[in-house]
Design a protein around this ligand. Structure first.
Ligand code: B12
Length: 222
């Protein structure tokens, strides 16, 4: 059994079976693993991070090494989107949502699962989260900010070469809303780029899910 530090042991115990099913495109088997974990009340954060994210990172590594095809990677992503949709109803509570966040993937950024999960984690902690999905034009982002008047904006970046697009989005939001706090996340920053955020006031790079949850629960800046 493969394990990763700090992950839920109940997820670890089924991880290899889940990954193998994902790579085989066996959606029914993946569903049964996820439903079993939900029945055991494994927290949503663990499903997102210890299962879905971990498996997709591994699929990405296998794809990069030419050990799985693009088709296999696409299938694994499509199944993961379904698994997120399966557990997502648990995210949306009935109580009044006081704080609002708008989360978007910047223009030309097609990786949308990470941003969706980040939005869901805010929702889980009592926020109203509007997730705009992949490849959001700056004008649409500004329109939604105008309409929903968020307390916080989150921008997702997976691909390092899309950094100019993120900076353009930051410029656009800053020009229209000089004081609106902005968080930035996504694995693009594994490859650098953090220094280019320093020129923006009120922009915070969120590097871990723990940091994200500290912000969502009001225990960390911004
Ligand atoms: C699925 C996938 C795709 C799909 C995406 C479809 C979709 N519906 O999302 C498609 C096929 C479109 C795709 C395309 C490409 N991809 Co791709 N893809 C992946 C893969 C396998 C999984 C991505 C994923 O969902 N991960 C799981 C999520 C949950 O993790 P996450 O994004 O990191 O999100 C977490 C945190 O980062 C954070 N977070 C994310 N966003 C935000 C936002 C905020 C505000 C906050 C606070 C936190 C936060 O919270 C999340 C939960 O913990 C990755 C492998 C990998 N390592 O992830 C490669 C990967 C990201 N892709 C890669 C590449 C190279 C590409 C392409 C350039 C390939 C090509 N030659 O065309 C294109 C670029 C397309 C584009 N312009 O965006 C590389 C990037 C390498 C790099 N140096 O930048 C990777 C790492 C694969 C690899 N190992 O080489 N890809």
């Amino acid at each position: 059994m493969s394990e990763q530090p700090g992950s839920d042991p109940r997820v670890d115990s089924v991880y290899d079976r889940y990954l193998a099913s994902l790579l085989e495109g066996e959606r029914t088997e993946c569903t049964s693993v996820v439903e079993g974990l939900r029945a055991g009340e494994v927290p949503l954060r663990s499903l997102y991070v210890d299962l879905f994210q971990r498996a997709l990172y591994q699929v990405g590594d296998l794809w990069e090494q030419n050990r799985v095809s693009v088709a296999t990677e696409h299938l694994a992503t499509a199944i993961t989107e379904r698994m997120v949709a399966l557990v997502e109803p648990g995210v949306f509570g009935g109580e009044a949502r006081r704080r609002v966040i708008v989360v978007a993937c910047v223009a030309d950024e097609y990786h949308q699962l990470g941003g969706r999960m980040a939005a869901d984690l805010f929702e889980l902690h009592g926020w109203r989260a509007y997730f705009l999905g992949a490849n959001t034009p700056h004008s649409s982002l500004l329109d939604l900010i105008e309409k929903t008047k968020p307390d916080l904006v989150g921008l997702s970046l997976s691909i390092y070469f899309n950094l100019p697009s993120l900076l353009a989005a930051l410029d656009a939001v800053r020009a229209a809303h000089p004081d609106l706090p902005i968080i930035v996340g996504g694995q693009a920053f594994r490859w650098g780029g953090e220094e280019s955020l320093r020129r923006y006031e009120g922009v915070t790079l969120v590097k871990t899910v723990d940091d994200l949850e500290r912000i969502a629960t009001g225990h960390g800046s911004p």
